[in-house]
Design a protein around this ligand. Structure first.
Ligand code: GLA
Length: 736
């Protein structure tokens, strides 16, 4: 890995074993993009990649009219001189103009990577893991400065990028758009992949052909959303899971975002990713700066599984933090679907005791333990235990759970308030709302104004009090509505364009303070399931409740889609009761567990209410997960067969040393008199022998001849007709 600066030509070459990224100072002193892709030899001069041509109706640079930014690939393009495509940023200057000209001033190359203050970001554990480059640019007329930051990673085909604006001039400026990344590519022969959905069906992969014009996804909901995920892939048309070139862009941010591809009429492609510019307006006075969040740009020429594995490893090792980052996750039992808010200490202890008997390690008390929270019309904001339900408090309950030999976890939804709460009665101006206007409700609740420090401080104090007072090992941090009427009551008009972003900074700062005070707590993020499942959250909470849809067959799709951008260790997945609360579907306890294994694993039901036979199954499932969770949560995950394309869903995880693997195989609907099926495994050692049950196979045999899976025409494998599944455990013969 290295970053080279060629002084003579003003060109930079960032490279590692797998990728090269070349850029240079253009004839007008702005920064140009020259090449991004597979590693190439270094060279002093790549200037032939800057194209010059006279074209009718294209404006050019005075004195060099054959040089137009419109025809040039750039690093961080502006709007309004010789390029009239969508820009990476927009500044309004004091005189009302919006034309900028950021020219190269200097640069700094250094080992390692600097943190981004107040923002989540990938980090190095030692300086040898990455090398960074900061390029300083200046708009001479106004003295506004721009710093483009790049980090190239030693062990990953990854470059991370962010941008910082600094107003060194005397005039006030307003930043109206500040993308974290702009990437100009010479052609658009890519398919665009986005991960879309809604509550209960998050992160469905959608593939579109890029063509002339704009393709974009966005969230303007105040959180990254269940509707669109801040992660996209541009893949070559022939790229599939196992081969081919692709570029991934993942935004390390949890608020409003825009990810956009613009194909211009000359066929060039511009990718943008950053904070959504709608209602964003950040005033910078002299001496003030604005730092954008980070984008993680990954590349592969080995297919989508390889691209995903890059994100999985990077996010596990260099984004999540603290003692839980690579630790095996506890098998938990959550009471939500079992009791909703209707529980007593006695009923909770009964559920927990049965969990302990089954082998569960952590009991989580969900919503309903605080204030007057007996239904979802009241209580949010008042984080004091309801002594009518829990007479000995959270501390008392926690200690009893601990005495059973279980860890104890607790649910919070800190960002919200109900009208019927002491907090709202005392602080009606702490919500986001435009005075005089009706405020919209979501789940009968309002959003607290986390852009205000006093609000974040109050929540910090309330949560801190609960957490010091009770033996709490886990926190589920929920967020159950989108933001509407976004306005910070009492703040000046020019402050209002900051509110969405400051809200997210407030959430991050609360997480940061609590993580610092309670480093041993495992945080799980949640937003009505997976509505804030993004790389930003993973910096604070290494796992996220993936969806409120706990139906195993639905979960095949949700977990499959989530695996494109996020590690298996981050995917909260539980076995719940049947008929399922979301779909009414009944699926065997085996299949429910066979799906939930590929995540953090736990139960979301009252184990007292299942049959004795099922309870015996549950005990075996927990034993199985305890044995294999290390492999599942830290191995290489491969998607083998997509539930979006066929009746068979399949995936597998292979240990880093390739000595063990686990395959999940899910024939969704029963087939009558079907043909034979084989599953082509991957990621194994060709020359090693693996056992599967009593049989032994060569690695190459399993990968090229395939594993026969249609040996199931026996009753044992088809007890219920539809929704079957099988887990195959592979061990190399030395390890068997
Ligand atoms: C959200 C979460 C659920 C549960 C409820 C509690 O819907 O996604 O898992 O915690 O809130 O109100």
């Amino acid at each position: 890995m290295s970053i080279i600066f060629h002084k003579e030509t003003g060109q930079f070459h960032l490279y590692n074993d797998q990728i090269s990224y070349v850029m240079g100072i253009l004839p007008n002193q702005e920064m140009g993009q020259l090449y991004y892709g597979k590693r190439v030899h270094d060279k002093e001069d790549f200037s032939y990649l800057v194209e010059y041509s006279f074209r009718p109706l294209v404006v050019g640079t005075p004195g060099k009219e054959d040089f137009s930014l419109e025809m040039t690939r750039q690093e961080y393009p502006s709007f309004g001189t010789t390029d009239l495509r969508n820009p990476a940023f927009e500044i309004t200057y004091e005189n009302g103009s919006h034309v900028s000209h950021f020219q190269y001033v200097s640069h700094e190359i250094y080992q390692g990577k600097k943190p981004l203050e107040g923002l989540p970001a990938t980090y190095v554990e030692d300086d040898g893991q990455a090398e960074s480059l900061d390029i300083l640019l200046r708009d001479e007329l106004t003295k506004v400065e721009l710093c483009l930051s790049y980090t190239i990673w030693r062990d990953y085909p990854v470059i991370t990028r962010s941008v910082r604006f600094f107003n060194a001039g005397q005039e006030k400026i307003v930043l109206r758009k500040a993308m974290s990344l702009s990437l100009d590519l010479p052609d658009h022969q890519y398919d665009w992949m986005q991960f879309s959905g809604a509550w209960g069906r998050e992160r469905t992969p959608i593939v579109k052909e890029l063509s002339c014009g704009i393709t974009a996804i966005e969230s303007q909901r105040g959180h990254s959303s269940a509707n669109q995920n801040p992660f996209i892939i541009c893949k070559r048309k022939k790229t599939d899971e196992f081969q081919g070139e692709a570029i991934g862009l993942s935004f390390v941010y949890s608020g409003n975002f825009l990810a956009q591809a613009e194909v211009d009429t000359y066929g060039a492609l511009r990718l943008l990713m950053g904070i959504h510019p709608r209602n964003f307006a950040w005033t910078l006075q002299n001496g003030e700066s604005f730092q954008t969040p980070e984008v993680v740009m990954a590349w592969t020429d080995k297919g989508l599984n390889d691209l995903s594995q890059t994100y999985h490893r990077l996010y596990r090792k260099n984004l999540t933090r603290g003692m839980w980052k690579e630790k095996e996750r506890p098998i938990l039992l959550n009471n939500w679907e079992a009791t909703l808010m209707d529980f007593t200490e006695e009923s909770i202890l009964k559920i927990a005791a049965k969990g302990k008997e089954a082998g569960v390690e952590l009991f989580v008390l969900d919503d309903g333990w605080f204030g007057e929270r007996n239904d979802d019309h009241r209580g949010l904001g008042d984080w004091k235990v309801n002594l009518l339900k829990l007479p000995e408090g959270i501390g008392g309950l926690g200690r009893k759970i601990n005495a059973m030999g279980l860890k104890f976890g607790l649910w919070f939804e800190p960002e919200m308030v109900n009208e019927d709460s002491d907090m709202y009665r005392q602080h009606p101006d702490w919500i986001l709302n435009v005075p005089g206007r009706e405020r919209s409700l979501g789940r009968h609740q309002m959003v607290l104004d986390f852009s205000k420090e006093e609000v974040v401080d109050n929540l910090y104090q309330q949560m801190h009090e609960v957490l010091v007072d009770a033996p709490i090992a886990y926190v589920k941090w929920d967020m159950n509505r989108t933001i509407s009427e976004c306005f910070s009551i009492g703040k000046a008009p020019e402050e209002q364009g900051r509110v969405y972003h400051k809200y997210i900074l407030g959430v991050y700062s609360l997480y940061e303070r609590l993580k610092k005070d309670f480093p041993e707590i495992l945080f799980e993020s949640c937003a009505s399931g997976g509505a804030r499942f993004d790389a930003g959250m993973l910096y604070y909470a290494p796992q996220a409740w993936c969806s409120d849809d706990t139906d195993a067959i639905e979960r095949l799709k949700i977990q499959y889609g989530s695996s494109y951008g996020y590690p298996i260790s981050s995917i909260g997945s539980h076995v719940s009761a049947v008929p399922n609360q979301q779909t009414g579907r009944s699926v065997s306890i085996d299949t429910r567990a066979n799906v939930a294994y590929f995540g953090t694993f736990g139960y979301e039901l009252d184990l007292n209410h299942i049959s004795d036979e099922e309870f015996e199954e549950v005990k075996k499932q927990i034993e199985f997960m305890k044995q294999y969770r290390g492999l599942i949560q830290s191995g290489r995950f491969y998607r083998l067969s997509s539930p979006f394309d066929s009746n068979i869903c399949s995936w597998m995880v292979v240990s880093e040393d390739q000595s063990e693997a686990i395959v999940g195989y899910y024939p969704i609907m029963a087939e009558v008199n079907g043909g034979s099926h084989r599953l082509y495994l991957t990621g194994l050692m060709e020359d090693a022998q693996y056992t599967i049950g009593k049989n032994t196979y060569w690695g190459d045999e399993l990968m090229h001849i395939g594993l026969v899976t249609s040996d199931h025409v026996d009753e044992a494998f088809c007890p219920n007709g539809d929704f079957n599944s099988r887990i195959y455990v592979l061990k190399s013969v030395q390890n068997a």
